[in-house]
Design a protein around this ligand. Structure first.
Ligand SMILES: *Cc1c(COP(=O)(O)O)cnc(C)c1O
Length: 395
């Protein structure tokens, strides 16, 4: 049995998205900037896709800018707020300690350029609250950027409340909603979101395409200089197949949101309940405010990498945290940020589900994971010390 439970890293493209893309290769192959008929037909398809994305988010089509993905959208949003903030002498940015690296590394770069960054802490597995944000806002704050939902531990932040706080303070508010779009009901206007990043491949669209929503009137800087595409804010011939596929995937995700959420949440709960029975483990992330498909645990006395390899051998594709850090031996910055000590953070497992997963697959996971954890613990000198009382259990 092959079980794909790594949907937070990427999702399988949907049939709707794939079918929508094919005519872009065969029929609508024109350049949307060309004045002739073939070009103008491509332009029409492009604008239809923009309207679909806007409709799903509750904004106007002209507030959607297509990008090469979530990372680019994050970079552009943050760079824009920083540039226009600095012009007014405002060089303070508020974010959280468990953001995606697309946000954190952009903030690191800005810090070197003279910005002051406040990262709200999430120690003891606490979630961010609007009050944390309110307390951190200063007169020189030019941006609040808080992710909508965390990609490793699944915590969903109180985005509407944070949006209200930012609006009241007159501070632009950006959210990296890459894990949330297509999975949670998002209405940017009602939630007072000024900028929002999304990425096609996280909701069964193609890879290499995303979008940035920007409230009308907020200025943007270019990350990619070039032609006048995307109203002069993002040079480069549009990735029409990608954009059209993403729009179709999003439309499908929004139309089936309630049904998918109900199904995935039930699978998640079964997994969390089942895995909680393993001794000396802890659930990571917010127990209530949680992405429908996210299951994240730390198991004491094991190495996450060994666990993943043994699970893979049993047909289960999972992750130890973020796909971006799995090349390195450092534990995830997210798990360290929520207060897991190094040894515990190393024993992490993330299972991220989609509506395509089945109850049989969850049963398979619930059979295999406890066996593999036990096998690894029996081989572990650390576990032996814990069992003999030479070391103290943390979990
Ligand atoms: C995947 C992800 C990104 C990056 O999106 P890409 O389209 O892969 O560049 C950014 N933020 C979060 C929270 C993500 O999960």
């Amino acid at each position: 049995m092959q079980v794909y439970a790594d949907n937070a890293a990427t999702t399988k493209i949907s049939q709707q998205a794939l079918q929508a893309m094919m005519p872009c290769f065969e029929t609508y192959y024109g350049n949307p900037s060309s004045l002739h008929t073939v070009g103008q037909e491509a332009k029409e398809i492009l604008e239809e896709a923009r309207a679909k994305v806007a409709k799903c988010l509750g904004c106007e089509p002209r507030e959607i800018f297509f990008t090469s993905g979530g990372s680019e959208a994050d970079n552009q949003a943050i760079r824009s707020a920083a540039f226009y903030g600095a012009r007014k002498g405002k060089k303070h940015i508020i974010s959280t300690a468990f953001e995606h690296h697309a946000v954190l590394h952009t903030l690191n770069a800005l810090e070197k350029e003279g910005f002051e960054i406040t990262l709200l802490d999430v120690k003891n597995n606490h979630n961010i609250t609007a009050q944390h944000v309110r307390d951190a806002i200063r007169t020189d704050t030019c941006l609040v950027t808080c992710m909508y939902a965390n990609n490793e531990i699944g915590s969903v932040l109180p985005i509407s409340e944070i949006g209200a706080v930012c609006k009241e303070a007159g501070v632009p508010f950006h959210t990296d909603a890459v894990q949330a779009v297509g999975h949670l009901n998002i209405q940017v206007k009602e939630q007072n979101i000024d900028m929002l990043s999304l990425s096609g491949h996280k909701f069964h669209g193609p890879k290499g395409v995303g979008a940035l929503y920007v409230r009308r009137g907020l200025p943007l800087v270019n990350i990619i200089e070039g032609g006048a595409q995307e109203r002069g804010k993002r040079g480069g011939t549009e990735n029409l197949p990608g954009i059209v596929g993403m729009a179709a995937a999003l439309e499908d995700a929004c139309a089936n949101l309630d049904a998918h959420t109900a199904k995935v949440t039930a699978l998640r709960e079964k997994l969390i309940t089942g895995l909680s029975a393993i001794p000396h483990c802890a659930l990571n992330g917010d127990r209530e405010n949680r992405l429908p498909g996210n299951v994240s645990f730390c198991f004491e006395g094991i190495e996450g990498e060994s666990l993943l390899l043994l699970l893979d051998a049993q047909g289960i594709c999972a992750s130890s945290g973020s796909a971006c850090t799995s090349g390195s031996l450092d534990p995830s910055h997210v798990l360290l940020a929520i207060g897991r000590v190094h040894d515990v953070a190393h024993g992490s497992l993330r299972l991220s589900l989609s509506h395509e997963n089945t109850e049989e697959e969850v049963d398979h996971i619930l059979t295999v994971v406890p066996q593999v954890v036990e096998l690894l613990r029996n081989m572990s000198p650390v576990w032996r010390d814990l069992q003999n009382g030479i070391r103290e259990y943390i979990l």
